[in-house]
Design a protein around this ligand. Sequence first.
Ligand code: SF4
Ligand code: SF4
Length: 460
Amino acid sequence: MKFDIKEEQLIIKPYENEGNIQVREQKGHYQGIRRKLSWLLMITFMLVPFISYNGQQAVLLNISEQQFRIFAITFWPQDFIFLAGIFMVAAFALFFVTAWLGRVWCGYTCPQTIWTLAYVWVEHRIEGSRNKRIALNKKPWSIEKINKKIQKHSIWFLMSFLTATTFVSYFVPVVELYSTMLSFEWSGLITFWVFFFALCTYGNAGYLREKVCTHMCPYARFQSAMFDKDTLIVAYDSKRGESRGRRKRKDDPKTLGLGDCVDCNLCVEVCPVGIDIRNGLQYECINCALCVDACDQTMDKFGYEPGLISYTSEQQLAGKKSVKFSYKLFGYACFTVLITALMIFWLYNRIPLEVSVLRDRNVLYRMNYEGHVENIYTLKILNKHQQALNYTIDVQGISDVSINVPDKLLIGGGQMLQIPVTLATDGYNLDKKMTNIRFVVKAIEHPSTLLSKDTVFFRD
Ligand code: SF4
Ligand code: SF4
């Protein structure tokens, strides 16, 4: 037999637009938790930039000034190691949670999931239930359809704009951002980033949705490496559910030779990634439990036990006992605690001061009008505290040295002072042509904020 197959029919197009998945709205135990958590995280995200600490924005990642302020601590480029530590703790914490609870991050706390949930909620309020939305999309354009689409996209755009402006307010002080917004005086850079992030939000939550999770998210790619037979997953109990089949509520499934799955298809209609969990474990599943709530609702209607689809593990599905705390989990937990402890130790011992000393490159030394030897230096002092402090500069290593700086130098919070320093001493105080000396810079109000820098002093 000859098959007439065209070449393009043989090409698999994994990123081909399959159209948006229209999700049925579902209520239930797990969806209640997801909604409350989503609200909490969204409100936190919106409010954090408005929190003030010591008269300043409490959380501000000021890239232009190279200062990351988080409440009482300001991080500078020199503190990059701490940022690396935060990423390591986040990574190991995520490994721990994933190995234990599966993709609970994806289903409950990932911004992509939360924003998609919000956008679908708006879509449902304006265009109606899943079936109405599918019907509306198939209908030819009419005044009613245009009206609904305009309403939906306007609200989506407002949500995107609000999200993007909030996101940018983590990097640009809120006072500056919102005051210039109201007077239409945003700089080109701010305007670009707000509209760029608004476009990303609009595209990701409005259109791409589950495609971000299945094709773009790197976490989705490597999370399976952390899974084991005891990891919490959402699964369908095929032993109990099969053979699936439709029936009336009063029917006895045993006499019909059926399992508990009534083939209502609700678990598929509510799934945001468009899979049928009854086909077994699939990497697209984000553990959101929409299918669990939908199936429990059906089980309840038919008077069956809930849990045909449930949070379980491969071990439990096979009728074995799940290990609650494996060596792998223990290892991830140990690394998370160890790196966190190291970071706390580093933070506790961190000196919020940076000092650099540069010798004058033009002359090694010179003689002043008193006949004393002079050496010239430039000191750069960075006050990493958030408040202004007075600093003293002392010199060790030479006796009877005079220093031409005031007794105390006031340096603003997060400010750097560059100051020329001239040291002068009688040549008889110096045994050698080159003497090792040390500058000691100390904050008067915080004596533990003290740094010393070594350099040399020359004579002829
Ligand atoms: S299969 Fe169930 S838990 Fe997995 S993504 Fe779909 S609805 Fe969520
Ligand atoms: S929701 Fe439950 S009963 Fe309905 S098709 Fe899915 S597994 Fe079967």
